[in-house]
Design a binder for this molecule. Structure first.
Ligand code: ACO
Length: 402
């Protein structure tokens, strides 16, 4: 085939595409999105079917290995993950070094980066068995690290993982349980969090996934690449939107709950205020993930006793916006984040922690992309060009002449 990149380079031509809005950086077999039709598929399977019939561990397997597992493969995968959930005691001491009010995202990325120092036996990106063990270590240890980041922030003791539990149960217990006390995990809560993880598990070349691939293209190890992805997700325009929705709803509530006047301010673009949780760069019809969440949000919030006032405001906002020309003409629909914050909050997670939950869900997607990149013979070190617009050549001016 023709290498278009090489061909253009020969002609001296460069494409300028800020934000890579229309530039593909790779080919991929993992996730398919059709933004106009509202379609999302992992490895060909529609997100609706996976949400209804699969679970997060199975979806992780599917994303990483490309096929749905047999029962034996799934059992083997799950049991390997549960056997690696423990953190090295020295890594636990790491958490003591951060201020108590530290945001959990940089705590998570630092601890994941530190895995490169604890597991020096699994850093070679081209040794299959090393990639395999580092994959398992990440899937197993990141939930433990996330739970410890939470425990640190509330000043409570860490819990050892209980490997008789599933991944999501274990994570909830380590987050909200206490040592030597029974923690009865509500199965509906586990199911809801599992579903949210499935919906976040991959979304092709978004900012954090592209970061993981770019860092990995230098042959950096898996832990280093994932740590970089977590930092990309930390940004408010990417992983921070779910917290922003909640802050917006609280703001409306605190000002008396007047939804119509808030929508009016959005339409008039007063102070650049936007309806958070609405609109998407790729989905211009509807976000299929939002449609799934909306179905379950009522049920989960009813069961968990979420903040009814905020849910009412959210529903009224959605109703008002969907019937308003401003939003209809611009094809602005609720995105996945519109309802997730409310659900996370009803589960007891503080707002700051919402982005960590996004990271837990996105982890298998990042790993799948990193592995795909390393197996692809077309991969080269990522090295974009630029269009130089600075000063032309000029002569150095001595200090006394400036
Ligand atoms: N509220 C009000 N107006 C909006 C919104 C919104 N949420 N989103 C877009 N618009 C308007 C813009 O003002 C613009 O109007 P104009 O044509 O009169 O200037 C038009 O719609 C097009 O907007 P763009 O910013 O060009 O759309 P883009 O595709 O670049 O932005 C984005 C997508 C960033 C998601 C945007 O819709 C937004 O800011 N939404 C709110 C934040 C949010 O929810 N982010 C989460 C994204 S999903 C995720 O990360 C999982």
């Amino acid at each position: 085939g023709i290498d278009l990149g090489k061909l253009l380079a020969k002609t001296g031509m460069v494409t300028l595409d800020p934000g890579f809005v229309n530039t593909a950086s790779c080919s991929s077999e993992i996730t398919y999105i059709d933004g106009d039709a509202g379609i999302l598929r992992y490895r060909g399977y529609p997100i609706e079917q996976l949400a209804e019939r699969s679970n997060f561990i199975e979806v992780s397997y599917l994303l990483i290995y490309g096929e749905l597992p047999t029962q034996a493969q799934l059992d083997d995968f799950s049991s390997k993950i549960s056997r690696h959930t423990l953190l090295h005691e020295d890594l636990k001491r790491f958490f003591g070094g951060f201020p108590r009010d530290a945001h959990p995202m940089p705590v998570l990325s630092s601890a994941v980066s530190a895995l490169s120092t604890f597991y020096q036996d699994s850093l070679n990106p081209f040794d299959n068995s090393q990639v395999e063990i580092s994959t398992i270590r990440l899937l197993a240890k990141v939930p433990t690290i996330a739970a410890y980041a939470y425990k640190k922030s509330v000043g409570q003791p860490f819990l050892y993982p209980d490997n008789s539990l599933g991944l999501v149960q274990n994570f909830l217990r380590m987050t909200f349980g206490f040592p030597a006390e029974p923690y009865d995990v509500d199965p509906e809560l586990v199911k809801a969090l599992d579903l949210l993880f499935i919906l976040h598990a991959d979304h092709e070349q978004n900012c954090s996934t592209s970061t993981v691939r770019l860092v990995g293209s230098s042959e950096a190890n898996l832990f280093a690449s994932i740590s970089a992805g977590i930092n990309a997700l930390f940004g408010p325009l990417h992983g921070g939107a779910n917290s922003a929705v909640l802050e917006m709803l609280e703001g409306i509530r605190d000002e008396g709950g007047d939804v119509e006047s808030f929508v009016k301010r959005v339409k008039n673009k007063e102070d650049g205020v936007r309806l958070m949780g609405f609109g998407h760069r790729v989905y211009k019809n509807y976000d299929p993930r939002a449609a799934i969440i909306k179905k379950t949000a009522d049920q989960i919030l009813g069961k968990l006793g979420g903040d009814d006032q905020l849910l009412e405001i959210a529903k009224k906002l959605e109703e008002t916006a969907l019937a308003d020309d401003y939003f209809v003409e611009r094809k602005l629909y609720p995105n996945v984040d519109f309802y997730t914050g409310l659900i996370y909050r009803a589960m007891g997670f503080p707002t700051k922690f919402f982005t960590v939950l996004f990271a837990l869900g996105r982890l298998p997607g990042w790993i799948a992309h990193w592995r795909e990149m390393n197996q692809d013979p077309a991969t080269k070190i990522g090295r974009p060009r630029q269009v130089y617009v600075g000063a032309p050549e000029r002569n150095f001016v001595p200090m006394d002449g400036r």
